[in-house]
Design a protein around this ligand. Structure first.
Ligand SMILES: NC(=O)c1ccc[n+]([C@@H]2O[C@H](COP(=O)([O-])OP(=O)(O)OC[C@H]3O[C@@H](n4cnc5c(N)ncnc54)[C@H](O)[C@@H]3O)[C@@H](O)[C@H]2O)c1
Length: 239
């Protein structure tokens, strides 16, 4: 199950899992994108499902995940990937802008995980992976709300990893650097020029350079990773 699977990094993750033979459901608030990706998944010879939902809304995400669990039989891998980004200086930031960022990028991770966890605990197997960001480590100008939400995802990941390890459930995060998607088009020309200068590899990454790591984390070979964060970031933050 991939949230925000209608485009960008989420679509890339959905397709890479489908190529590995997994049945995949995607959730997105843009219905036609979710449906298109479900079609691409099916074209790879596995089952693909689309769900239209707002991941920040408890009723909406709970219904989508419950429906998906019924269709798929069970959810073994949850990829909490849906997210938004805006660039706003703190002095100009409204409470609504702050709250929306935290709700979509952090609250959704709690809401979605809470739905799938009981089934995973019962089956004593599961993988939870959430998309944080290198900005959780580094911060960024005009990004207090985004960086706070993404740092929250890391705290959530590490804490839950303790709670569910005994059930053979691993909990990890990825922290991509700037990746060529609709999201990375946000921000001023100066912001992007500065970012390119800071990047040791001198370029933004591509979705194909992020998604395969998720297969490793979900595989049997990835079973000793938990509470970890994976930094595909072009060298922007070296930790
Ligand atoms: N692109 C980057 O440079 C970058 C870097 C680090 C982390 N990330 C993170 O990666 C994730 C994916 O981002 P992306 O670059 O693919 O961006 P994107 O904008 O291309 O894709 C995000 C997807 O999430 C969906 N979405 C947003 N809010 C939603 C909501 N409330 N309910 C349901 N779906 C919702 C969007 O419709 C979209 O399909 C995000 O969590 C983002 O913060 C992106």
């Amino acid at each position: 199950m991939v949230t925000g699977g209608g485009r960008g990094i989420g679509r890339g993750i959905a397709l890479v899992f489908a190529k590995e033979g997994a049945d995949v459901a995607v959730i997105d608030r843009i219905t036609e994108n979710a449906e298109q990706v479900a079609g691409e998944i099916q074209a790879l010879g596995v089952r693909g499902f689309a769900h239209s939902a707002d991941v920040s809304n408890e009723t909406s995400i709970t219904k989508a995940l419950t429906d998906a669990e019924q269709q798929l039989g069970q959810i073994d891998v949850l990829m909490n990937n849906a997210g938004i980004n805006t660039h706003v200086a703190l002095v100009d930031m409204s409470v609504e802008t702050w709250d929306e960022m935290i709700a979509v990028n952090l609250r959704s991770v709690f809401l979605g995980t809470r739905v799938v966890l009981p089934g995973m605990m019962k089956r004593r197997w599961g993988r939870i992976v959430s998309t944080s960001s290198q900005l959780a480590h580094k911060g960024g100008r005009q990004l207090t709300h985004y960086a706070a939400a993404k740092a929250g995802v890391l705290g959530f990941t590490r804490s839950l990893a303790y709670e569910v390890a005994a059930y053979n459930i691993t909990v990890n995060a990825i922290c991509p650097g700037p990746i060529n998607t609709a999201m990375s088009k946000i921000g001023s020309a100066e912001w992007k020029a500065q970012k390119l200068q800071e990047l040791p590899l001198g370029r933004y990454g591509n979705v194909e350079e992020v998604a395969p790591t998720l297969v490793l984390i979900a595989s049997d070979e990835g079973s000793y990773y938990t509470g970890a964060s994976f930094n595909m970031n072009g060298g922007d933050v070296m930790i």
